[in-house]
Design a protein around this ligand. Sequence first.
Ligand code: SF4
Ligand code: SF4
Length: 160
Amino acid sequence: MLGKGLLKGMRITLRSFFCKKVTLQYPDEKLAMPARFRGGELELDHQKCIACGLCAMACPNRVIKLTTGANEQKKRCLTSYVYQSGLCLYCNYCIEACPTKAICWDKNYENARYFRKELDVDCLALSLERTAAGAAEEAAFTGKTATAEVEGAPGGRSAE
Ligand code: SF4
Ligand code: SF4
């Protein structure tokens, strides 16, 4: 039949036009990585870490460099934790070896750096920063809630 190919093509075009769009407006929109995505950089939670060094020992490429010391309570703790992402094989051995689940992948796939040195990640400093930011946020939220409660309480301070 004449025009059969055209009709077939139009059918495919119309079907694609009305089905769910899968294109993302990158970089404004980012793709959410699935839970099992193995990539990005190692993210450390220093509060969970017991400074056992098993992650560094499990690493076949010696990518994790950590040093330990003792805190005020004479407990072993991390004094530095550097992950050299440029040498990482993404084998996951470090994460599997960690007994306290103190490390995980940050699932960020935008890891390009201009200089090689920038591929070294100071995970301890980043973890401390995240904790401080979280504490500041919590303090601000608690302060706001307390103010709102005082202002809203019967006999409390009015907004005027
Ligand atoms: S994923 Fe593998 S290579 Fe990368 S830091 Fe962990 S153990 Fe080392
Ligand atoms: S294996 Fe886990 S707990 Fe032990 S030093 Fe590494 S991150 Fe910390």
